[in-house]
Ligand binder design. Structure first.
Ligand code: PLP
Length: 398
């Protein structure tokens, strides 16, 4: 059976070149970067190199880069760490309604601790409503957290405008760039962000390693307490091969950013065009153009997304019914509900996220299978109006 991977927003394979480069740091140069002997010093050199590379990639200083265990920890640290550090000034936080669960669930935990959180609304495309954002700001607001780009529908936020609003009000601005890093040009000074998170496994780096950029001078509490690693801000033995792998993968992604984006955009646009012209009753979720180059998210009306996902899986095609973390639950995606989709339509939505190893043939194969499966599922569907003709359009006829 063919195996086609179209779920790159969930994770990407580790680049074999990078795997080769980091291997010796598991087996040969294995010292604890905190140890005071030769072995430790060898590892420190590697970690320093990784930190320098990441800093350069983001337009930051090396001492503003903190290594973590991934996007989830970085997001947790950003919102929790700032909320607690500024609690004496105010206890109101703003995040968008379409943040990743790493932010949303942490915000909900903070509410239990006595903080107030406004979940900023988004429009039908998933853009944060800037007027409503301004209105939500209060004297006691200490934190604004808005993701750079959404993991489900790919919408890229107006980060420059949001940064300006936060700066005008003297509020800490954090952006979750887990889906944007290595795909969009990011410079933490322009537009200015106070904190930014990213995760190695989203750009062909290793899993379980991430970064939190913290602008120097910003006050933030630690949340992972332990040893004196990461300049005493984050306890835990440094994942030496992991941080190097992350840094090299980020550097490589940025080096090839334009060509990679051009390639996946062509695949994605071909996919979108075929779906929109050959399958009736589909809605492209998110903005038609202002979206991540690899992302397509469709609502296939009158169909259960899960049934479609499993049918594609039987053909060896891997896609996602939402964010990797919420799939498996029967709740419709909070992102799709926030952009105003009715529950049923949200349930029929699927995310296709392309990568540099996908081919046009794979895209065509996927659309061909989609067409067959959709006819079958709609035939079985009690909600498909009997007055509608259950047809798909022939590619050649269009
Ligand atoms: N933030 C966003 C936008 C994501 O897409 C993800 C992962 O899907 C995360 C955070 C969590 O990152 P990690 O898997 O490294 O914990």
């Amino acid at each position: 059976m063919k195996k086609i991977y179209m779920d790159h927003a969930a994770t990407t394979p580790l680049d074999p070149e990078i795997f080769k480069e980091i291997m010796p740091y598991y087996t040969e140069v294995f010292g604890n970067a905190n140890s005071q002997h030769l072995f430790g010093r060898e590892s420190v050199v590697v970690v320093d190199r990784a930190r320098d590379i990441v800093a350069k990639c983001l337009g930051a200083k090396a001492n503003e880069i903190y290594f973590t265990s991934g996007g989830t920890e970085s997001d947790n640290w950003a919102i929790r760490g700032v909320a607690r550090a500024y609690a004496h000034k105010g206890k109101h936080l703003i995040i968008s309604a379409i943040e990743h669960p790493a932010m949303l669930t942490t915000a909900k935990e903070l509410i239990k601790e006595g903080f107030e959180v406004t979940f900023a609304e988004v429009d039908e495309y998933g853009f944060v409503d800037l007027e409503k954002l301004k209105k939500a700001i209060r004297k006691d607001t200490t934190f604004i957290g808005i993701m750079y780009a959404n993991n489900e529908i790919g919408t890229i936020q107006p980060i420059a405008e949001i940064s300006k609003i936060a700066q005008e009000h003297g509020i800490v601005f954090f952006t979750d760039a887990v889906q944007a890093a290595g795909v969009l040009n990011i410079d933490v000074k322009n537009p200015k962000v106070d904190m930014l998170s990213l995760s190695g496994h989203k750009f062909y780096g290793p899993k379980g390693v991430g970064v939190l950029y913290i602008r120097s001078g910003l006050r933030i509490d630690k949340i992972l307490t332990g040893g004196h690693q990461e300049r005493a801000m984050r306890g835990g033995t440094t994942n030496v091969p992991g941080v190097l792998g992350l840094a090299l993968a980020l550097e490589k992604a940025i080096k090839h950013l334009d060509e990679n984006n051009k390639y996946v955009t062509a695949l994605r646009d071909h996919f979108i065009h075929r779906v929109q012209t050959e399958i009736p009753h589909v809605i492209l979720n998110g903005h038609p153009t202002n979206r991540l180059p690899a992302n397509a998210n469709f609502a296939f009306r009158f169909i259960e997304g899960e049934s479609l996902l499993f049918s594609l899986d039987m053909h060896g095609i891997a896609i996602s019914s939402g964010s990797a973390c919420s799939s498996g639950s029967l709740e419709p995606s909070h992102v799709l509900l926030a952009i105003g989709l009715p529950e049923g339509t949200a349930h029929g939505s699927l995310r296709f996220s392309f990568g540099k190893h996908n081919t046009m043939e794979e895209v065509d194969y996927t659309v061909d299978r989609l067409k067959e499966i959709i006819v079958r599922l709609r035939d079985l569907s009690p909600i498909f109006p009997k007055t509608e003709k259950n047809v798909v359009f022939d590619k050649k006829a269009n």
